[in-house]
Write a new protein. Sequence first.
Length: 424
Amino acid sequence: MSSFSTSQEANVNLCLGLSSSQVDEVTIKPEERSVKLIQLLLTCATHASSGNLHRADLCLQQISQLSSISGDSMQRLAARFGAAFAVRLIKRWPGIYKGLSQSGLISTIDIDRGHLIFNQRLPYMGFAYSIINQTLIHSVSSDPFIHILDLGSGDPQLYIPFFQNLSNEDQEPPSLRITCVHSNKMMLENLGSILKKEAGIYGIRMEFNPINISLKNLTLNMLKASRGEALAVISIFSIHHLLAEDEVGANFVTRNTNGVQDCKQLSQFLKMLQSMSPKVVFLVEQESDHNLTRLVDRFVEGLQFYSALFDSIDATFKTMMDSSSSEQDRFVLEEMFGKEIENIVACEGVQRFERHERYEKWTIRFDQAGFKPVRLWFDVMKEAKKVVDSYGVSGYKIVNQKGRDLMICWHDRPIYAVSAWTCF
């Protein structure tokens, strides 16, 4: 147990019903405990979905006895799901939930630090950035005017290798404009400052255009697209948020031919992008389907995805020498993913914005908007594999879907998919 686990442990016991039978956590084997936790979580999801608070609470009491944010990966994941189900139940009393939120009993987390740890400690973003940069060079490096539209990544590490590659080209470096859309004004200011400095180092003429707004409020006029520019669009864990809409019945229509719900907000956004004729659009998304109506279905998808992700976190952090800081970093990272889980499990309607979908569904959505896939060549995959291998952790695998997209897997379970699209 870590030194900080006692005060921060997620004991998700609502005490809404009668006491449950105690679980002997001393003698139970880890494998049996994991199976028991999965059974309890599934039962809890069923009761939470049907509104049976008493039985859901009994499940949460048992989950809290078996789970721990400092235990093995299944215990830690169960603690996050248990906390998410507890929030869902508490939300049935808005006054209580608001009071707990304002008092700090429902925790807030350092999202920025979580993203930094995720980008630096795990190979997922290095994998995605490598693919994006190589494909960008293939697609736009010969154009004299390049415009990159960043839909919220906010990470300078995405661009520095691109600056370096542009400066290594035979011809004079092109003029570059980077438009970044983000709701965090301070992040935009920091990003602009870093990019201007790095562009100067590599002799790149760069204009930074920050747009401090949420993605759903972005309009074509704000982007200042110019004729003659080679436009590239980058979406990293962003546009799935546009699948969240208020009037689900009015704005979603299930298409029987492909089973994909057509979302008016997302469709209009993709058509807006298509109208600007981008040379390439990059999409980085979770390879999981959390955009499902039934809570139990979302839970099962989420459990499969985050089980693999937490196992990869476990394996990666075990290779690190500084155990104290590594444990703290792992806690912050898993807190960030715990918030994702909470949104998937505890929220509904427009408040549920973590609506990840698999690559197959994104293919249908982009095709309907007038895009076609860009082939990701073998050399792109080869370089991305080198980046992943450099982290020194066995268990990561890269899968090429017939050249259409690349996925990074934990063993055989796909975690994130990177794809590229064009309208030419």
